[in-house]
Write a protein of this length. Sequence first.
Lengths: 104, 168, 346
Amino acid sequence: MTANGIPIGDVLLASAALFVIGLAGALLRRNAISIFLSIELMMNAANLTVLGYAAALHSLEGQIVVFFVIAIAAAEAAVGLAIFVALFRHTETIDVNQINLLKW
Amino acid sequence: MTPRLVFDAAAGLAILFACVMVVHRHPVKSVLALVVSFFALAVTYVLLAAPLIAAVQVIVYAGAILVLFLFVLMLLNVPEEARQSSDRPIHQALSAGGIVAFAAALLAVLRGYGATQAAPSVAPSPGDLAPVAKLLFSDHLLSFEALSILLLAALVGAFVLARREGSP
Amino acid sequence: MSAADVGILALRVLAPVLVILIVLPMLQWVERRGAGLIQDRPGPNRVGPFGLLQPLADVVKFFMKEDLVPSHADRFLYVLAPGLAAFAALTTFAVIPYGATLTVRGRAIPLVGADVSIGVLYLFALTSLSVYGIVLAGWSSNNKFSLIGGIRSSAQIISYELPMTTAAAGVVLATGSFRLTDVVAMQSGSWLSLPLRGWTVVPQFLGFIVFFVSAFAETNRLPFDLPEAEAELVAGYHTEYSAMKFAMFYMAEYINVVVASALMVTLYFGGWTFPGFTPTNGAGVLLSVVIFALKTAFFVWVFMWVRWTLPRFRYDQLLRLGWKVLLPLALLNLFWVAALVLWKVL
Protein backbone atom coordinates (compact mmCIF):
# COMPACT_ATOMS: atom_id res chain seq x y z
CA MET A 1 0.00 0.00 0.00
CA THR A 2 1.39 3.43 -0.79
CA ALA A 3 0.37 6.69 0.74
CA ASN A 4 0.73 9.29 -2.00
CA GLY A 5 3.83 7.60 -3.38
CA ILE A 6 5.32 6.66 -0.01
CA PRO A 7 5.15 3.04 1.18
CA ILE A 8 2.85 2.79 4.17
CA GLY A 9 5.51 0.81 6.01
CA ASP A 10 7.75 3.89 6.11
CA VAL A 11 4.97 6.00 7.58
CA LEU A 12 4.11 3.39 10.18
CA LEU A 13 7.72 2.89 11.19
CA ALA A 14 8.31 6.61 11.65
CA SER A 15 5.10 6.98 13.61
CA ALA A 16 5.90 3.98 15.82
CA ALA A 17 9.39 5.32 16.52
CA LEU A 18 8.01 8.72 17.50
CA PHE A 19 5.40 7.09 19.72
CA VAL A 20 7.93 4.92 21.53
CA ILE A 21 10.25 7.90 22.06
CA GLY A 22 7.35 9.91 23.45
CA LEU A 23 6.41 7.02 25.71
CA ALA A 24 9.97 6.76 26.99
CA GLY A 25 9.99 10.47 27.74
CA ALA A 26 6.65 10.32 29.53
CA LEU A 27 7.69 7.42 31.72
CA LEU A 28 11.29 8.27 32.49
CA ARG A 29 11.41 12.05 32.90
CA ARG A 30 10.88 13.69 36.28
CA ASN A 31 10.06 17.15 35.00
CA ALA A 32 6.33 17.78 34.61
CA ILE A 33 6.75 19.94 31.50
CA SER A 34 8.90 17.30 29.82
CA ILE A 35 6.25 14.69 30.48
CA PHE A 36 3.69 16.97 28.91
CA LEU A 37 5.89 17.51 25.85
CA SER A 38 6.36 13.76 25.46
CA ILE A 39 2.60 13.30 25.48
CA GLU A 40 2.29 15.94 22.75
CA LEU A 41 4.86 13.98 20.77
CA MET A 42 2.79 10.81 21.13
CA MET A 43 -0.25 12.68 19.81
CA ASN A 44 1.73 13.80 16.79
CA ALA A 45 2.82 10.23 16.13
CA ALA A 46 -0.85 9.25 16.08
CA ASN A 47 -1.58 12.15 13.71
CA LEU A 48 1.09 10.90 11.34
CA THR A 49 -0.48 7.43 11.28
CA VAL A 50 -3.94 8.81 10.58
CA LEU A 51 -2.64 11.02 7.77
CA GLY A 52 -0.68 8.13 6.31
CA TYR A 53 -3.77 5.99 6.06
CA ALA A 54 -5.86 8.92 4.84
CA ALA A 55 -3.44 9.27 1.94
CA ALA A 56 -3.28 5.52 1.31
CA LEU A 57 -7.04 5.00 1.29
CA HIS A 58 -7.74 8.30 -0.51
CA SER A 59 -10.06 9.51 2.21
CA LEU A 60 -10.22 13.10 3.37
CA GLU A 61 -11.87 12.22 6.67
CA GLY A 62 -8.42 11.54 8.08
CA GLN A 63 -7.40 15.14 7.56
CA ILE A 64 -10.56 16.31 9.32
CA VAL A 65 -9.75 14.06 12.28
CA VAL A 66 -6.20 15.39 12.53
CA PHE A 67 -7.50 18.96 12.28
CA PHE A 68 -9.71 18.37 15.28
CA VAL A 69 -6.95 16.57 17.19
CA ILE A 70 -4.60 19.53 16.74
CA ALA A 71 -7.24 21.99 17.92
CA ILE A 72 -8.07 19.86 20.94
CA ALA A 73 -4.38 19.52 21.74
CA ALA A 74 -4.20 23.31 21.82
CA ALA A 75 -7.06 23.47 24.33
CA GLU A 76 -5.46 20.74 26.39
CA ALA A 77 -2.09 22.46 26.40
CA ALA A 78 -3.63 25.70 27.63
CA VAL A 79 -5.44 24.05 30.51
CA GLY A 80 -2.51 21.78 31.37
CA LEU A 81 -0.10 24.68 31.54
CA ALA A 82 -2.53 26.63 33.70
CA ILE A 83 -2.60 23.69 36.11
CA PHE A 84 1.17 23.55 35.99
CA VAL A 85 1.48 27.25 36.76
CA ALA A 86 -0.90 26.97 39.70
CA LEU A 87 0.97 23.93 41.02
CA PHE A 88 4.38 25.52 40.59
CA ARG A 89 3.26 28.60 42.47
CA HIS A 90 2.18 26.39 45.35
CA THR A 91 4.98 23.86 45.60
CA GLU A 92 7.98 25.65 43.99
CA THR A 93 9.13 22.39 42.41
CA ILE A 94 8.48 20.63 39.13
CA ASP A 95 9.75 17.22 40.09
CA VAL A 96 6.75 14.94 39.85
CA ASN A 97 8.21 12.68 42.51
CA GLN A 98 7.94 15.57 44.97
CA ILE A 99 4.39 16.48 44.08
CA ASN A 100 2.71 13.80 46.17
CA LEU A 101 0.13 15.78 48.13
CA LEU A 102 -2.62 13.22 47.55
CA LYS A 103 -0.60 10.22 48.74
CA TRP A 104 -1.73 8.62 51.93
CA MET B 1 14.75 13.39 -5.22
CA THR B 2 11.78 11.08 -4.96
CA PRO B 3 8.99 11.82 -2.49
CA ARG B 4 9.99 8.74 -0.53
CA LEU B 5 13.51 10.03 -0.03
CA VAL B 6 12.30 13.41 1.18
CA PHE B 7 9.80 11.72 3.49
CA ASP B 8 12.47 9.48 4.98
CA ALA B 9 14.77 12.44 5.51
CA ALA B 10 12.07 14.54 7.16
CA ALA B 11 10.86 11.66 9.32
CA GLY B 12 14.43 10.89 10.33
CA LEU B 13 14.93 14.50 11.32
CA ALA B 14 11.72 14.43 13.33
CA ILE B 15 12.82 11.28 15.17
CA LEU B 16 16.29 12.69 15.80
CA PHE B 17 15.01 15.87 17.35
CA ALA B 18 12.39 13.95 19.32
CA CYS B 19 15.27 12.00 20.86
CA VAL B 20 17.05 15.27 21.64
CA MET B 21 13.90 16.54 23.29
CA VAL B 22 13.54 13.49 25.49
CA VAL B 23 17.19 13.38 26.48
CA HIS B 24 18.02 17.06 27.06
CA ARG B 25 17.83 18.19 30.66
CA HIS B 26 17.03 21.83 30.07
CA PRO B 27 13.31 22.29 29.40
CA VAL B 28 13.74 25.31 27.09
CA LYS B 29 16.14 23.42 24.81
CA SER B 30 13.72 20.49 24.90
CA VAL B 31 10.90 22.67 23.64
CA LEU B 32 13.08 24.06 20.86
CA ALA B 33 14.08 20.55 19.76
CA LEU B 34 10.39 19.68 19.67
CA VAL B 35 9.71 22.75 17.49
CA VAL B 36 12.20 21.48 14.91
CA SER B 37 10.67 18.02 15.17
CA PHE B 38 7.18 19.41 14.52
CA PHE B 39 8.46 21.39 11.58
CA ALA B 40 9.92 18.22 10.09
CA LEU B 41 6.59 16.48 10.71
CA ALA B 42 4.83 19.31 8.85
CA VAL B 43 7.08 18.52 5.87
CA THR B 44 5.97 14.88 6.04
CA TYR B 45 2.35 15.98 6.15
CA VAL B 46 2.86 17.95 2.92
CA LEU B 47 4.26 14.81 1.31
CA LEU B 48 1.17 12.90 2.43
CA ALA B 49 -1.07 15.26 0.42
CA ALA B 50 -2.26 17.21 3.47
CA PRO B 51 -0.97 20.78 2.99
CA LEU B 52 -3.74 22.30 5.08
CA ILE B 53 -2.84 20.11 8.03
CA ALA B 54 0.83 20.94 7.56
CA ALA B 55 0.06 24.66 7.70
CA VAL B 56 -2.22 24.17 10.73
CA GLN B 57 0.52 22.12 12.42
CA VAL B 58 3.06 24.91 12.02
CA ILE B 59 0.67 27.73 12.89
CA VAL B 60 -1.05 26.07 15.85
CA TYR B 61 1.30 23.41 17.22
CA ALA B 62 4.76 24.82 16.54
CA GLY B 63 3.74 28.44 16.48
CA ALA B 64 1.24 28.77 19.31
CA ILE B 65 1.22 25.78 21.67
CA LEU B 66 4.99 25.52 21.95
CA VAL B 67 5.32 29.29 22.27
CA LEU B 68 2.92 29.00 25.19
CA PHE B 69 5.18 26.32 26.70
CA LEU B 70 8.17 28.60 26.21
CA PHE B 71 6.43 31.54 27.87
CA VAL B 72 5.52 29.46 30.92
CA LEU B 73 9.05 28.07 31.17
CA MET B 74 10.68 31.46 30.83
CA LEU B 75 8.39 33.38 33.14
CA LEU B 76 8.50 30.75 35.87
CA ASN B 77 12.25 30.30 35.39
CA VAL B 78 11.95 26.52 35.47
CA PRO B 79 15.38 25.14 36.35
CA GLU B 80 17.43 22.54 34.60
CA GLU B 81 16.65 19.02 35.70
CA ALA B 82 19.39 17.84 38.06
CA ARG B 83 21.16 14.68 37.07
CA GLN B 84 20.55 12.56 40.13
CA SER B 85 19.72 8.94 40.58
CA SER B 86 16.06 8.33 41.13
CA ASP B 87 14.89 7.35 44.60
CA ARG B 88 12.71 4.71 43.01
CA PRO B 89 14.98 2.67 40.73
CA ILE B 90 12.42 -0.10 40.42
CA HIS B 91 10.12 2.41 38.70
CA GLN B 92 12.76 3.29 36.13
CA ALA B 93 13.71 -0.33 35.51
CA LEU B 94 10.10 -1.41 35.03
CA SER B 95 9.41 1.58 32.77
CA ALA B 96 12.43 0.85 30.60
CA GLY B 97 11.48 -2.82 30.42
CA GLY B 98 7.90 -1.94 29.54
CA ILE B 99 9.00 0.45 26.80
CA VAL B 100 11.32 -2.12 25.25
CA ALA B 101 8.59 -4.75 25.35
CA PHE B 102 6.07 -2.35 23.81
CA ALA B 103 8.49 -1.36 21.04
CA ALA B 104 9.15 -5.02 20.25
CA ALA B 105 5.44 -5.80 20.14
CA LEU B 106 4.78 -2.78 17.90
CA LEU B 107 7.56 -3.77 15.54
CA ALA B 108 6.25 -7.34 15.36
CA VAL B 109 2.76 -6.11 14.48
CA LEU B 110 3.95 -3.60 11.91
CA ARG B 111 6.50 -5.79 10.18
CA GLY B 112 5.38 -6.21 6.64
CA TYR B 113 2.06 -4.53 7.34
CA GLY B 114 0.35 -3.61 4.12
CA ALA B 115 3.27 -4.86 2.05
CA THR B 116 1.19 -7.63 0.51
CA GLN B 117 -1.60 -5.40 -0.78
CA ALA B 118 -1.24 -4.17 -4.33
CA ALA B 119 -0.62 -0.49 -4.79
CA PRO B 120 -3.36 1.34 -6.71
CA SER B 121 -1.83 3.09 -9.69
CA VAL B 122 -2.74 6.66 -8.85
CA ALA B 123 -0.16 9.37 -9.35
CA PRO B 124 0.90 11.16 -6.14
CA SER B 125 -0.89 14.48 -5.80
CA PRO B 126 0.06 17.57 -3.83
CA GLY B 127 -3.26 17.71 -2.07
CA ASP B 128 -6.05 20.22 -2.34
CA LEU B 129 -7.66 22.51 0.21
CA ALA B 130 -11.15 23.01 -1.19
CA PRO B 131 -12.46 19.42 -0.71
CA VAL B 132 -11.27 19.32 2.88
CA ALA B 133 -12.87 22.67 3.59
CA LYS B 134 -16.14 21.53 2.00
CA LEU B 135 -16.15 18.40 4.17
CA LEU B 136 -15.36 20.38 7.29
CA PHE B 137 -18.26 22.75 6.80
CA SER B 138 -20.85 20.26 5.61
CA ASP B 139 -20.53 16.79 7.16
CA HIS B 140 -18.59 17.87 10.21
CA LEU B 141 -20.21 21.22 10.92
CA LEU B 142 -21.54 20.12 14.32
CA SER B 143 -18.11 18.94 15.45
CA PHE B 144 -16.61 22.19 14.21
CA GLU B 145 -19.03 24.31 16.22
CA ALA B 146 -18.63 22.07 19.25
CA LEU B 147 -14.88 22.55 18.93
CA SER B 148 -15.30 26.30 19.20
CA ILE B 149 -17.26 25.84 22.43
CA LEU B 150 -14.54 23.52 23.68
CA LEU B 151 -11.92 26.16 23.00
CA LEU B 152 -14.00 28.74 24.85
CA ALA B 153 -14.26 26.40 27.82
CA ALA B 154 -10.49 25.82 27.75
CA LEU B 155 -9.89 29.57 27.62
CA VAL B 156 -12.08 30.25 30.62
CA GLY B 157 -10.67 27.25 32.48
CA ALA B 158 -7.07 28.25 31.92
CA PHE B 159 -7.82 31.76 33.08
CA VAL B 160 -9.55 30.57 36.25
CA LEU B 161 -6.90 27.98 37.09
CA ALA B 162 -3.90 30.23 36.73
CA ARG B 163 -5.03 33.34 38.56
CA ARG B 164 -3.84 34.14 42.04
CA GLU B 165 -6.29 33.82 44.91
CA GLY B 166 -8.20 36.98 45.70
CA SER B 167 -7.49 38.73 42.42
CA PRO B 168 -10.26 39.38 39.87
CA MET C 1 13.74 18.03 -13.14
CA SER C 2 16.50 19.06 -15.43
CA ALA C 3 19.38 21.29 -14.49
CA ALA C 4 17.77 24.18 -16.33
CA ASP C 5 14.60 23.74 -14.27
CA VAL C 6 16.55 23.79 -11.04
CA GLY C 7 18.48 26.86 -12.16
CA ILE C 8 15.33 28.72 -13.07
CA LEU C 9 13.71 27.77 -9.78
CA ALA C 10 16.72 29.01 -7.86
CA LEU C 11 16.66 32.30 -9.77
CA ARG C 12 12.94 32.75 -9.16
CA VAL C 13 13.39 32.27 -5.44
CA LEU C 14 16.65 34.17 -5.01
CA ALA C 15 15.93 37.20 -7.20
CA PRO C 16 13.63 39.06 -4.76
CA VAL C 17 15.80 38.05 -1.81
CA LEU C 18 18.93 39.46 -3.43
CA VAL C 19 17.12 42.61 -4.47
CA ILE C 20 15.92 43.16 -0.91
CA LEU C 21 19.35 42.60 0.56
CA ILE C 22 20.89 45.06 -1.89
CA VAL C 23 18.19 47.67 -1.34
CA LEU C 24 18.46 47.44 2.45
CA PRO C 25 21.26 50.01 2.91
CA MET C 26 19.38 52.43 0.65
CA LEU C 27 16.28 51.96 2.80
CA GLN C 28 18.30 52.89 5.81
CA TRP C 29 19.48 56.05 4.08
CA VAL C 30 15.90 56.90 3.09
CA GLU C 31 14.77 56.38 6.67
CA ARG C 32 17.39 58.68 8.15
CA ARG C 33 17.06 61.43 5.56
CA GLY C 34 13.28 61.07 5.65
CA ALA C 35 13.38 61.40 9.43
CA GLY C 36 15.42 64.56 9.00
CA LEU C 37 12.92 65.89 6.47
CA ILE C 38 9.97 65.27 8.77
CA GLN C 39 11.73 66.62 11.84
CA ASP C 40 12.97 69.73 10.00
CA ARG C 41 16.65 68.93 10.30
CA PRO C 42 19.24 67.91 7.69
CA GLY C 43 19.78 64.24 8.52
CA PRO C 44 23.11 62.61 7.69
CA ASN C 45 24.97 64.84 5.22
CA ARG C 46 28.65 64.46 6.11
CA VAL C 47 29.54 61.11 4.61
CA GLY C 48 29.40 61.50 0.86
CA PRO C 49 27.03 63.75 -1.11
CA PHE C 50 23.70 64.01 0.73
CA GLY C 51 24.96 61.43 3.18
CA LEU C 52 24.64 58.66 0.60
CA LEU C 53 27.64 56.78 1.95
CA GLN C 54 26.24 56.76 5.49
CA PRO C 55 24.93 53.17 5.21
CA LEU C 56 28.37 52.09 4.05
CA ALA C 57 29.91 53.77 7.07
CA ASP C 58 27.40 51.96 9.26
CA VAL C 59 28.30 48.60 7.74
CA VAL C 60 31.98 49.25 8.37
CA LYS C 61 31.16 50.23 11.95
CA PHE C 62 29.21 46.99 12.47
CA PHE C 63 32.09 44.91 11.19
CA MET C 64 34.62 46.69 13.39
CA LYS C 65 32.71 46.55 16.68
CA GLU C 66 33.59 43.98 19.30
CA ASP C 67 31.41 40.91 18.90
CA LEU C 68 30.74 39.72 22.41
CA VAL C 69 28.62 37.13 24.15
CA PRO C 70 27.58 37.95 27.75
CA SER C 71 29.16 35.65 30.30
CA HIS C 72 26.06 33.94 31.61
CA ALA C 73 24.12 34.01 28.39
CA ASP C 74 23.06 30.81 26.74
CA ARG C 75 25.59 30.81 23.93
CA PHE C 76 23.86 28.61 21.40
CA LEU C 77 20.49 30.37 21.62
CA TYR C 78 22.14 33.80 21.80
CA VAL C 79 23.82 33.26 18.44
CA LEU C 80 20.82 31.45 16.91
CA ALA C 81 18.19 34.13 17.67
CA PRO C 82 19.17 36.86 15.17
CA GLY C 83 19.58 34.23 12.47
CA LEU C 84 16.08 32.93 13.16
CA ALA C 85 14.60 36.41 12.98
CA ALA C 86 16.27 37.13 9.64
CA PHE C 87 15.42 33.67 8.27
CA ALA C 88 11.71 33.95 9.08
CA ALA C 89 11.62 37.41 7.51
CA LEU C 90 13.33 36.37 4.29
CA THR C 91 11.54 33.07 3.63
CA THR C 92 8.22 34.89 3.70
CA PHE C 93 9.12 36.34 0.34
CA ALA C 94 9.15 32.92 -1.30
CA VAL C 95 5.41 32.92 -2.00
CA ILE C 96 4.77 36.55 -2.97
CA PRO C 97 4.29 37.00 -6.73
CA TYR C 98 6.40 39.92 -7.93
CA GLY C 99 5.61 39.93 -11.63
CA ALA C 100 3.58 38.47 -14.46
CA THR C 101 4.43 35.14 -16.08
CA LEU C 102 7.51 35.34 -18.24
CA THR C 103 7.46 33.16 -21.37
CA VAL C 104 10.95 32.29 -22.54
CA ARG C 105 11.32 29.90 -25.46
CA GLY C 106 8.02 28.20 -24.80
CA ARG C 107 8.70 27.80 -21.10
CA ALA C 108 6.32 29.72 -18.82
CA ILE C 109 8.12 31.05 -15.78
CA PRO C 110 5.79 32.53 -13.17
CA LEU C 111 7.60 35.24 -11.27
CA VAL C 112 7.00 33.82 -7.85
CA GLY C 113 9.28 31.69 -5.69
CA ALA C 114 6.85 28.88 -4.99
CA ASP C 115 3.22 28.99 -6.01
CA VAL C 116 1.94 26.76 -3.21
CA SER C 117 -1.74 26.06 -2.78
CA ILE C 118 -1.57 27.28 0.84
CA GLY C 119 0.14 30.60 0.05
CA VAL C 120 -1.65 32.79 2.60
CA LEU C 121 -1.40 30.13 5.32
CA TYR C 122 2.32 29.76 4.67
CA LEU C 123 2.76 33.48 5.39
CA PHE C 124 1.05 33.18 8.74
CA ALA C 125 3.00 30.07 9.62
CA LEU C 126 6.22 32.04 9.13
CA THR C 127 4.91 34.95 11.20
CA SER C 128 4.35 32.47 14.00
CA LEU C 129 7.92 31.28 13.64
CA SER C 130 9.35 34.80 13.79
CA VAL C 131 8.15 34.98 17.40
CA TYR C 132 10.82 32.43 18.31
CA GLY C 133 13.70 34.66 17.23
CA ILE C 134 12.53 37.44 19.50
CA VAL C 135 11.60 35.42 22.54
CA LEU C 136 14.86 33.47 22.38
CA ALA C 137 16.87 36.68 22.06
CA GLY C 138 15.15 38.09 25.11
CA TRP C 139 15.66 34.96 27.19
CA SER C 140 19.14 33.93 26.19
CA SER C 141 20.61 37.36 27.01
CA ASN C 142 20.26 36.61 30.72
CA ASN C 143 19.07 40.16 31.35
CA LYS C 144 15.80 41.22 32.98
CA PHE C 145 15.16 44.04 30.52
CA SER C 146 15.78 41.77 27.57
CA LEU C 147 13.41 39.16 28.93
CA ILE C 148 10.63 41.65 29.57
CA GLY C 149 11.18 43.20 26.15
CA GLY C 150 11.19 39.80 24.49
CA ILE C 151 8.03 38.62 26.22
CA ARG C 152 6.25 41.91 25.50
CA SER C 153 7.25 41.85 21.88
CA SER C 154 6.17 38.27 21.31
CA ALA C 155 2.89 38.83 23.15
CA GLN C 156 2.28 41.81 20.87
CA ILE C 157 3.05 39.80 17.74
CA ILE C 158 0.82 36.92 18.79
CA SER C 159 -2.04 39.26 19.71
CA TYR C 160 -1.92 41.10 16.40
CA GLU C 161 -1.66 37.92 14.36
CA LEU C 162 -5.38 37.39 14.96
CA PRO C 163 -6.79 40.57 13.39
CA MET C 164 -4.24 40.25 10.59
CA THR C 165 -5.24 36.69 9.70
CA THR C 166 -8.94 37.50 9.99
CA ALA C 167 -8.51 40.46 7.63
CA ALA C 168 -6.59 38.24 5.20
CA ALA C 169 -9.34 35.62 5.57
CA GLY C 170 -11.67 38.22 4.06
CA VAL C 171 -9.41 38.44 1.01
CA VAL C 172 -9.25 34.64 0.76
CA LEU C 173 -13.03 34.45 0.98
CA ALA C 174 -13.38 36.89 -1.90
CA THR C 175 -10.80 35.01 -3.97
CA GLY C 176 -11.93 31.48 -3.21
CA SER C 177 -8.35 30.24 -2.98
CA PHE C 178 -5.32 30.51 -0.72
CA ARG C 179 -2.93 30.84 -3.65
CA LEU C 180 -1.38 34.30 -3.84
CA THR C 181 -1.24 34.20 -7.64
CA ASP C 182 -5.02 33.66 -7.62
CA VAL C 183 -5.43 36.62 -5.26
CA VAL C 184 -3.47 38.81 -7.66
CA ALA C 185 -5.30 37.44 -10.70
CA MET C 186 -8.67 38.23 -9.12
CA GLN C 187 -7.68 41.86 -8.76
CA SER C 188 -6.64 42.33 -12.38
CA GLY C 189 -9.85 43.70 -13.80
CA SER C 190 -10.30 46.50 -16.26
CA TRP C 191 -11.07 50.09 -15.32
CA LEU C 192 -14.82 49.51 -15.68
CA SER C 193 -14.97 46.73 -13.11
CA LEU C 194 -12.79 48.60 -10.64
CA PRO C 195 -15.08 48.86 -7.59
CA LEU C 196 -15.67 45.17 -7.14
CA ARG C 197 -13.43 43.17 -9.46
CA GLY C 198 -10.49 45.45 -8.98
CA TRP C 199 -8.25 46.08 -6.04
CA THR C 200 -9.52 44.39 -2.89
CA VAL C 201 -9.00 47.56 -0.88
CA VAL C 202 -12.20 49.04 -2.33
CA PRO C 203 -14.82 46.50 -1.17
CA GLN C 204 -12.80 45.55 1.93
CA PHE C 205 -11.59 48.92 3.12
CA LEU C 206 -12.19 48.06 6.77
CA GLY C 207 -10.16 44.90 6.37
CA PHE C 208 -7.36 46.90 4.83
CA ILE C 209 -7.30 49.34 7.74
CA VAL C 210 -7.14 46.44 10.20
CA PHE C 211 -4.37 44.76 8.21
CA PHE C 212 -2.45 48.01 7.91
CA VAL C 213 -2.48 48.68 11.64
CA SER C 214 -1.69 45.06 12.46
CA ALA C 215 1.28 45.14 10.10
CA PHE C 216 2.79 47.93 12.20
CA ALA C 217 2.39 45.84 15.32
CA GLU C 218 3.74 42.71 13.66
CA THR C 219 6.92 44.44 12.53
CA ASN C 220 7.47 46.17 15.89
CA ARG C 221 7.44 49.61 14.26
CA LEU C 222 6.22 52.81 15.83
CA PRO C 223 3.59 53.50 17.05
CA PHE C 224 3.84 49.95 18.41
CA ASP C 225 7.50 49.64 19.23
CA LEU C 226 7.33 49.76 23.02
CA PRO C 227 9.18 46.43 23.31
CA GLU C 228 12.27 48.14 21.96
CA ALA C 229 11.56 51.55 23.40
CA GLU C 230 14.76 53.32 24.22
CA ALA C 231 13.23 55.22 27.08
CA GLU C 232 11.81 52.23 28.87
CA LEU C 233 13.68 49.03 28.30
CA VAL C 234 17.12 50.19 27.16
CA ALA C 235 16.66 48.41 23.86
CA GLY C 236 14.29 45.59 24.64
CA TYR C 237 15.17 42.17 23.40
CA HIS C 238 18.31 43.27 21.57
CA THR C 239 19.88 45.09 24.52
CA GLU C 240 22.78 42.70 24.88
CA TYR C 241 23.51 42.37 21.19
CA SER C 242 26.34 44.23 19.49
CA ALA C 243 28.09 44.38 16.13
CA MET C 244 27.01 41.89 13.50
CA LYS C 245 24.35 40.18 15.58
CA PHE C 246 22.68 43.52 16.22
CA ALA C 247 23.07 44.34 12.54
CA MET C 248 21.21 41.14 11.78
CA PHE C 249 18.28 42.17 13.99
CA TYR C 250 18.32 45.58 12.40
CA MET C 251 18.29 43.97 8.96
CA ALA C 252 15.52 41.61 9.99
CA GLU C 253 13.37 44.57 11.04
CA TYR C 254 13.79 46.28 7.67
CA ILE C 255 13.18 43.04 5.79
CA ASN C 256 10.00 42.60 7.82
CA VAL C 257 8.91 46.10 6.78
CA VAL C 258 9.51 45.33 3.10
CA VAL C 259 7.73 41.99 3.36
CA ALA C 260 4.75 43.54 5.16
CA SER C 261 4.51 46.21 2.45
CA ALA C 262 4.74 43.59 -0.30
CA LEU C 263 2.03 41.60 1.43
CA MET C 264 -0.27 44.60 1.67
CA VAL C 265 0.30 45.34 -1.99
CA THR C 266 -0.41 41.73 -2.99
CA LEU C 267 -3.51 41.25 -0.87
CA TYR C 268 -5.13 44.64 -1.22
CA PHE C 269 -3.61 46.65 -4.03
CA GLY C 270 -3.41 44.16 -6.88
CA GLY C 271 0.19 43.02 -6.63
CA TRP C 272 1.90 43.54 -9.96
CA THR C 273 -1.32 44.28 -11.87
CA PHE C 274 -2.71 47.61 -12.92
CA PRO C 275 -6.26 48.10 -14.25
CA GLY C 276 -6.27 47.77 -18.01
CA PHE C 277 -2.73 46.44 -18.26
CA THR C 278 -2.13 42.92 -19.50
CA PRO C 279 1.55 42.08 -19.95
CA THR C 280 2.16 40.13 -23.13
CA ASN C 281 5.89 40.17 -23.81
CA GLY C 282 9.12 40.49 -21.88
CA ALA C 283 8.88 44.28 -21.64
CA GLY C 284 5.40 43.93 -20.20
CA VAL C 285 6.65 41.52 -17.55
CA LEU C 286 9.46 43.91 -16.67
CA LEU C 287 6.91 46.70 -16.34
CA SER C 288 4.84 44.53 -14.02
CA VAL C 289 7.87 43.97 -11.78
CA VAL C 290 8.52 47.72 -11.75
CA ILE C 291 4.88 48.40 -10.85
CA PHE C 292 5.13 45.95 -7.96
CA ALA C 293 8.38 47.52 -6.77
CA LEU C 294 6.91 51.02 -6.91
CA LYS C 295 3.82 50.05 -4.95
CA THR C 296 5.90 48.27 -2.33
CA ALA C 297 8.27 51.24 -2.12
CA PHE C 298 5.33 53.53 -1.49
CA PHE C 299 4.18 51.46 1.45
CA VAL C 300 7.70 51.23 2.84
CA TRP C 301 7.78 55.02 2.76
CA VAL C 302 4.42 55.10 4.58
CA PHE C 303 5.91 52.85 7.29
CA MET C 304 8.78 55.29 7.73
CA TRP C 305 6.50 58.33 7.55
CA VAL C 306 4.30 56.99 10.33
CA ARG C 307 7.32 56.14 12.45
CA TRP C 308 8.48 59.72 12.65
CA THR C 309 5.03 61.20 12.97
CA LEU C 310 3.07 59.33 15.62
CA PRO C 311 3.91 58.93 19.31
CA ARG C 312 4.28 55.56 20.91
CA PHE C 313 1.45 53.49 22.35
CA ARG C 314 1.69 52.33 25.93
CA TYR C 315 1.78 48.58 26.22
CA ASP C 316 -1.67 48.09 27.73
CA GLN C 317 -3.16 50.51 25.20
CA LEU C 318 -1.47 48.47 22.50
CA LEU C 319 -2.96 45.18 23.64
CA ARG C 320 -6.36 46.72 24.23
CA LEU C 321 -6.37 48.09 20.69
CA GLY C 322 -5.47 44.70 19.25
CA TRP C 323 -7.97 42.60 21.12
CA LYS C 324 -10.90 44.92 21.75
CA VAL C 325 -10.91 47.08 18.63
CA LEU C 326 -9.11 45.46 15.73
CA LEU C 327 -10.31 41.90 16.18
CA PRO C 328 -14.03 42.83 16.27
CA LEU C 329 -13.48 45.11 13.25
CA ALA C 330 -11.77 42.31 11.38
CA LEU C 331 -14.65 39.96 12.17
CA LEU C 332 -17.09 42.63 10.98
CA ASN C 333 -15.16 42.85 7.74
CA LEU C 334 -15.35 39.07 7.40
CA PHE C 335 -19.13 39.14 7.78
CA TRP C 336 -19.35 41.94 5.24
CA VAL C 337 -17.29 40.01 2.70
CA ALA C 338 -19.27 36.84 3.39
CA ALA C 339 -22.49 38.79 2.73
CA LEU C 340 -21.08 40.16 -0.52
CA VAL C 341 -20.02 36.70 -1.67
CA LEU C 342 -23.38 35.22 -0.68
CA TRP C 343 -25.30 37.81 -2.71
CA LYS C 344 -23.01 37.04 -5.64
CA VAL C 345 -21.79 40.59 -5.72
CA LEU C 346 -18.12 39.62 -5.32
